[in-house]
Design a binder for this molecule. Structure first.
Ligand code: CA
Length: 224
């Protein structure tokens, strides 16, 4: 699951990003309205956390532009004050929920989870593949009913491979999905290999669910 945070208050944006990452979500940041709008239009996000008051294009303008383009990504608006008119405007424009600043961490996470669950209910949250049960809403993985503890990166990689089942995914695109485009992706591809190795060990990949495609990347394929 990939989340975009559009928030001009950098320390708050980073705090939200860290919270989401600790919950195994991939989170990108846009620090102004123009950047936020561009990213939200181009990248396939599962959720956008959108501040109302932004330099440049406002949060309302971004929301309106997304809906006008037919982009139905769930949007959680952040309103600075308990201004009723802001909430009403946001909901009228197609926001899915709003949160008033300052907010508590558990509250933010609860809203995020509920929005993601609402969205993924349509496509069932528990996905069975081979002998694994992967819950994309609660971020839990089980093997034959037993919990497997994955790190946030391992889960994100498994989920990404799962959504691309039977398709070869390059190491570069895995790196880009997991770390966003802010890092040296050539270096990060080595980390992809490390995470895949650990992931295989944890799921006890005796059935070779995750296949190495030499010189290209990886593919999740269930042969059973
Ligand atoms: Ca702001």
């Amino acid at each position: 699951m990939r989340i975009l945070i559009v928030e001009d208050e950098e320390s708050l944006a980073i705090r939200i990003q860290k919270i989401l990452q600790s919950e195994k979500y991939t989170a990108d940041i846009a620090l102004d309205g123009d950047e936020g709008l561009e990213q939200a239009l181009v990248e396939p996000y599962d959720l956008v956390i959108l501040d109302v008051m932004l330099p440049g294009v406002s949060g309302f303008d971004i929301l309106k532009a997304l809906r006008d383009e037919g982009i139905t990504v769930p949007v959680l608006m952040l309103t600075a004050k308990t201004r009723v008119e802001d909430k009403v405007t946001g909901l009228d424009l197609g926001a899915d929920d709003y949160l008033t600043k300052p907010f508590a961490v558990p509250e933010l996470l609860a809203r995020v989870r509920s929005l993601l669950r609402r969205m993924s209910d349509a496509r069932s949250t528990v996905i069975n593949v081979s002998n694994l049960q992967i819950d994309t809403a609660t971020r839990q993985v089980k093997k034959e009913g037993k919990d497997i503890n994955l790190t946030s990166k391992e889960f994100a990689i498994l989920e990404f491979l799962l959504y691309n089942q039977n398709h070869v995914v390059s190491r570069m695109s895995i790196a880009e999905h997991i770390w966003g485009d802010n890092l040296d992706l050539f270096t990060m591809t080595n980390f992809v290999d490390v995470h895949i190795k650990n992931l295989r060990k944890k799921i006890g990949d005796d059935r070779e669910l995750i296949k190495t495609i030499r010189g290209v990347g990886y593919m999740l394929k269930d042969d059973q």
